[in-house]
Design a protein around this ligand. Sequence first.
Ligand code: AMP
Ligand code: MG
Length: 524
Amino acid sequence: MRELPADPSTDNRRRQVIGACYSRVWPKQFEKPALVAYAHEVASMLDLSAEFCTSNPFVEAFVGNSLLSGMEPYATCYGGHQFGTWAGQLGDGRAINLGEVVNLRGERWSLQLKGAGPTPYARTADGLAVLRSSIREFLCSEAMHHLGVPTTRALSVIATGELVERDMFYDGNPKAEPGAVVCRVAPSFTRFGNFQIFTARGEVDVLRQLADYTIKTDYPHLLGRLGSGNDKETYLRWFAEICRRTAEMVAHWQRVGFVHGVMNTDNMSILGLTIDYGPYGWLEDYDPDWTPNTTDAVGRRYRFGNQPQVALWNLVQLANAIYPLIEDASALEEILQQCQNNYECFWQSMLAKKLGFVRYLPETDNELCTELDSILRMVETDMTVFYRNLAQLDVGSDSESTTSEDLTKPVIDAYYSPEKLTDDQRRRISNWLCQYIMRLRQEGRTNDTRRQQMNAVNPKYVLRNYLAQLAIDEAEQGDYALLRETLDVLRRPYDDQPDKCRFAQKRPDWARQRAGCSMLSCSS
Ligand code: AMP
Ligand code: MG
């Protein structure tokens, strides 16, 4: 707030905000807020004690009713491409930043409330959030962190005690639902769209100020000579690092089977963090064409298999946005090309880890991985169970005398209807397993060493769509026990946790067509 241009008006009316990075805004007051859950790890990052986090002052502060000392709330201005089309000014329509905390370890964390009332950027919406989507954001941010995926974090979910009206499927059936506020935590919430808006409006001065501020604050290692302004080379190095971080983030999404659902450029973090958990979902049966977002059901722009391509498309938009600072299209194009190559390498090394190889060998592994992709698509196969169970294969035993049934035994549980597998399909699966075992034997590692590597990247527990919904169903009845237990299981996604196996079950039949489990809309 000290360093970037502010909106001179404090009028909390929906409007275009010109020439400013942010507007001052005050959160709405809620009469009966109550704590739903908080994440103790995030509280520790902010040096907050468990005692404080369960107290009334905590609830009042993190629902937005009272400001703690030093908090100066504001909403930022950004634009974005939504589903491939420039949408103009969007901005923090229901996100209100409270300020930054420098903790005892010297780390800087920005705090942001989501659903604490409208801002000048709220357009036609109400600035509020419902409990179901707040729980989804809270659980998934933390689950992703524990999976090792770069993400914004979540400190708390607080029920507002008020009802919010939502037409979940835009079919003329609005319903009053309980409201809630999530407090998100990240080093920065700046998005690609924060840069795009200034370029679109020809406000190159503000663009430069925001870029310089971001480099100084979030990319200080890139700074040139102290005190001097950034030159073209610094901006290019900055862009290359954003590309690298974004590519790594998406490779992690592909590793764990996460589908973001709304990869608009306003939902892309400049730090390469997963941000804005809306109609996201987890692949249960492996289907690269799947998206949970009903708003995207026709074009499927943001389907699982398209995420790496979309990330690149979004990076091209960012390149366009920062072009006025660089004015060298071919230098930017070169970085984008490099980014695509890097993604391929990064993904191959990720696949090698998932399959338990020491390293990826294109000569053999390209074919093996293509066939794996086909057999995973061939019949309904649970991606998480498949990879996790693959580690159980015994590479040492003699495959000559092994029947095809023995061979497929470890992975059979990954099939949704194993009884329906045809002889041909069984043969194809066991042929692949034979090839795979031969490939593993070449490396001569023990079962144990390989399993350890695989189990460290193939989670046993992910936030399956139906698990989130079960926690929400109970929370909507005022019971938060399952929500807290789910969070607890997801804290150790790579550990076996034998008493929590029910959280590792493939999607039950009832969840196949239920709203919230297989389909979601942007309405939240
Ligand atoms: P999203 O698709 O959720 O990333 O949101 C796109 C834009 O709409 C952002 O500017 C959001 O802040 C805004 N927005 C979404 N939902 C609401 C809401 N309930 N109230 C105000 N603004 C919203
Ligand atoms: Mg958003």
